[in-house]
Structure formats: C-alpha cells, structure tokens
Design a protein around this ligand. Structure first.
Ligand SMILES: *Cc1c(COP(=O)(O)O)cnc(C)c1O
Length: 462
C-alpha cells in the first residue's frame, strides 16, 4: 500500500514512512493511493468480535507489509490495554434512534488516545527494528499534547516535545502533560497562544536542515496513521446498529476534520455510512464551507469547547483532494490562495461531491450548555462540551436512520462548563484521582524559533 501527497509533489511512501514523516515535504498530507474495500460479509463478521480484533481486520489492508500480522496484533493489544472500559468504545442510547459513542475511556480521557496509543506502539516497533531515533515535536491546545505524552513516555529512541500556550489550557490538561516523570518527555509552556505554538512547529518542519538533523517526526492530527486508527470505531458502532444491512449516520464534533475524515474513509471502504454530519462550535468555518461553499478563515473566538477552536482545518485538505478528483495541483492552488487571501471558493463540482456525503450544523455557546443540561435531565448522561456540540447538531438530523454522536472527551476534562450547565462538578475516574497530587515538571519558553531549536538540540543530546 502506497501513500501520495494531496499536493502531488512529494515522493510516494509506504505506510511506515508516511507514519514516521507526518507532513509531506510539499506541505501536503499523505493519503492512500487507493482505498481497499471490505466485502459486506466481512463487515457482518465484525459483529461480536473484540475491539482489538476489529481493529486488526479494518486496518490490515492499509498497512501492507510495513508490519507483520504478529507485530500489528501486539501493537493493538498494548495500545488499548489501559483503557478503562472493556468495550473500548461503548455505545449508549440517548433517545429513539440517537446513540452516543463514548470515545473517552483512554488514559487521557479524550478520543485522541485511540490513535495516539496505537502510533506510540507502532513507532516503537519500527524504531526498534531500524535502530533509528526520532524527535517528536507537537503543538497542542490541550488534548493532543497529553495524548502524545501518554503514548510516548518512556519509549526508547523517542523524545517528545509538546508546546502548549502558557496559561491557556485547563488544569487537568496541563497536569496530564506535566506530571509524566520520564526524562524523554518535555512539556514546554510557550509565551503565546495556540496559533503561535502551531506556527513554531511548522517552522521547525520547514527548516529541512533542522528537520533532518534531529529526525523530526510529527504526530499531529494530519498524520495518516492517526486517521486510520479512528476508522475502526465507525465500523464497530455501525455493526452494533445493524450494518452492513442497515445505513447508519454519524455526527462528529469537528475541529481539524481528522475524526470525521476517518468516517469518510470507513464509507469508502464499504461501510453503509448514510450521512456524516459536521458539528462545529461558534468557530464554524467548516459549517460555512459546506453550507455556503466558501472556505473563509476568520479570528478564533475562544469557546467552552476549546479543542475545536480553530481557524484552519488541516485535514479538510484530504476531503478537498477527493472532491477535486485527486488533482494535487488544484489542491496546491487552493492552499496558495488560502495563504495569500485567507480563503477560497470551492468549485461547484467539488461542493456537490462533498454534499453527497457531508452535511453540517453549528452550536452556539448557549446551545451547547443547554444540550448538556437537557441531556443530563433526560438521560442522566453527562456530556463534555464538545460532545454536547455534537448532540445538539445531531438532534436536528434525527430520522429513520440511527444516528451516532461521537462523545470525544470525558466531562471531567472540562469541569467548569459542565458545572455551569448542570450545577454538578464531574469527578475524574478513580484511576486518575491522584492527578492533582503528582509533581509537575514544565519549562516556560519564549516564542522564538532559534531558542526552541537550541533547547531541543540540547535536550536530545543530554
Ligand atoms: C481534537 C478534539 C476534537 C476535534 O477533533 P478533530 O479530529 O480535530 O476534528 C473534538 N473534541 C475533542 C475533545 C478533541 O480533543
């Protein structure tokens, strides 16, 4: 299985190289050259198997010979062993034909653990084989960084540096990044906002001399292996609700478009995904793009669902690549336009193609709080604000087809918003109740590329 860049100018890579690289050298994102299909009988046969077994069967064709069957099986087993729920991704019912897919039982209480735990294991397997070492650098508004640290802590051959905006992540998020005792973990509190963190990481990847000298690797949400790991739970959920004999819809709280793009891949593989609903908060660039046809960036307005506070939705480039008939040059042109003028209009043909699969909605701050309150009153379930954005939007799309809303984080990760809505402060699961007692280790850093680069060089040679 080979991977090509959405901008058509980077070398084709196998699965392992695409995973270790992250961002393509032409600035594009890696996508599979073709999407393998799964026969209806094979989809039906997923009914009742463990999450791990489903993961093996769904991901195997994308991996080719990059990892042996035994290596992949061992990586999957280790990745999900520490999840706090035997089903890994349990499905609950909220209302007639409305279901909630709980993706927050991993070690950092957000869905990002599904992908990050697995790529931690796959990195380790690949690096142990080659004797290579890599430096992972990532920017986070909170959830990605904690998931990456949790996945890579203590692994030989890897140093992980996470830049987060000083003073702008929740206390739970910060502690999840600063309390890992392992010396290969480096939590950096940057004097700036999330966009600054992301810009410095991009600068490092674009400095090819530095990139090669420290063997930079990226694990942000554009990494193909992360998307792939997320395809699995669309299968397990849909099969539980009657696929392949029945169509199932999904509503996905969306920021960088990674999670929902995984649903698109599941559909391309043959899973009967009847509808994919993009749910945004007040930062609604994707809702405006799908409903109006123009992709226009604005300024980020901080919300109570901060993991979806984005201006530019990186993975949307993958959907555009497909909608433009896999024309890398056309995508490169759109991205140039985005850079120079802050937006672009999606062609008539492409927007029609996108609308065959995707529809969209948004939730205001008040609607989000109201959804948490109502769903708590009606069902006893306590949703995090991101999941509540999803549930609000999903409720406008309920019908004959079962609808699954993805619950992307545990409510205890965002206790202030939940308390504001319900009057009750959600408790951390018992297995992490000591988070507030663990010592913190963090370095405050200037928003300066040269300073960051010399810090990284120093730390990895220590
Ligand atoms: C990252 C994140 C999202 C957005 O996911 P994307 O893949 O970027 O669309 C939604 N909710 C939570 C809790 C997250 O951490």
């Amino acid at each position: 299985m080979n991977y090509v860049s959405t901008r058509g100018q980077a070398p084709r890579l196998g699965f392992e190289e695409a995973m270790l690289t992250g961002l393509a050298r032409d600035g594009g994102l890696y996508v599979p050259e073709s999407v393998p299909e799964m026969a209806p009988g094979d989809i039906a046969a997923l009914a009742g198997v463990s999450y791990e077994e489903a993961a093996l069967r769904v991901m195997r064709p994308f991996i080719g010979d990059a990892f042996s069957e035994a290596e992949l099986e061992a990586a999957i087993a280790a990745a999900y062993r520490d999840f706090g729920h035997a089903a890994r991704a349990p499905l609950k019912q909220l209302a007639p034909n409305h279901f909630l897919l709980e993706l927050f039982h991993g070690p950092t209480l957000a869905f990002k653990d599904f992908a990050m735990q697995l790529i931690g294991q796959l990195f380790q397997t690949a690096l142990a084989r080659s004797g290579q070492r890599v430096t992972i650098v990532g920017a986070t508004s909170g959830d990605t960084g904690s998931a990456a640290i949790e996945a890579f802590r203590g692994l030989p051959n890897v140093d992980v540096f996470i830049l987060f905006p000083h003073g702008r992540v929740s206390e739970v998020q910060r502690r999840q990044m600063t309390t890992a005792p392992e010396s290969n973990v480096h939590a950096l509190a940057l004097d700036g906002d999330f966009d600054d963190c992301q810009a410095r990481v991009k600068d490092m990847f674009n400095d090819f001399a530095f990139r090669d000298a420290v063997s930079l690797a990226g694990v942000n949400s554009i990494n193909w292996a992360r998307v792939l790991a997320q395809v699995v739970y669309y299968f397990t959920a849909a099969v539980s609700l009657g696929a392949p004999h029945r169509q199932v819809g999904f509503t996905v709280p969306t920021g960088n478009f990674g999670d929902i793009y995984a649903g698109f891949i599941a559909r391309r593989m043959g899973l009967p995904v009847g509808r994919l609903v993009i749910a945004t908060n007040q930062n609604d660039i994707l809702h405006r793009a799908i409903s109006g046809g123009a992709y226009e960036t604005g300024t980020v307005r901080p919300s109570i669902s901060p993991s979806m506070d984005i201006q530019v939705s990186s993975n949307f480039e993958r959907a555009l690549f497909d909608a433009y008939g896999r024309d890398g040059q056309a995508v490169a042109q759109l991205m140039e336009e985005l850079k120079s003028s802050g937006g672009f209009t999606i062609s008539q043909g492409a927007i029609e193609t996108l609308r065959e699969v995707f529809t969209s909605g948004r939730a205001s701050e008040d609607e989000t709080l109201a959804a948490i309150r109502q769903i708590h009153a009606e069902t006893g379930e306590v949703l995090c604000p991101h999941s509540a954005v999803g549930a609000h939007v999903a409720r406008g799309h309920l019908g004959a087809m079962p609808m699954v809303t993805l619950a992307t984080a545990h409510p205890a990760k965002f206790p202030d918003a939940v308390e504001q809505a319900t009057g009750q402060r959600p408790a951390l699961p018992p297995r992490m109740a000591d988070l507030f007692d663990r010592p913190e280790r963090v370095m405050r850093v200037e928003n300066d590329l040269a300073v960051l680069q010399s810090l990284i060089r120093e730390r990895i040679s220590a």
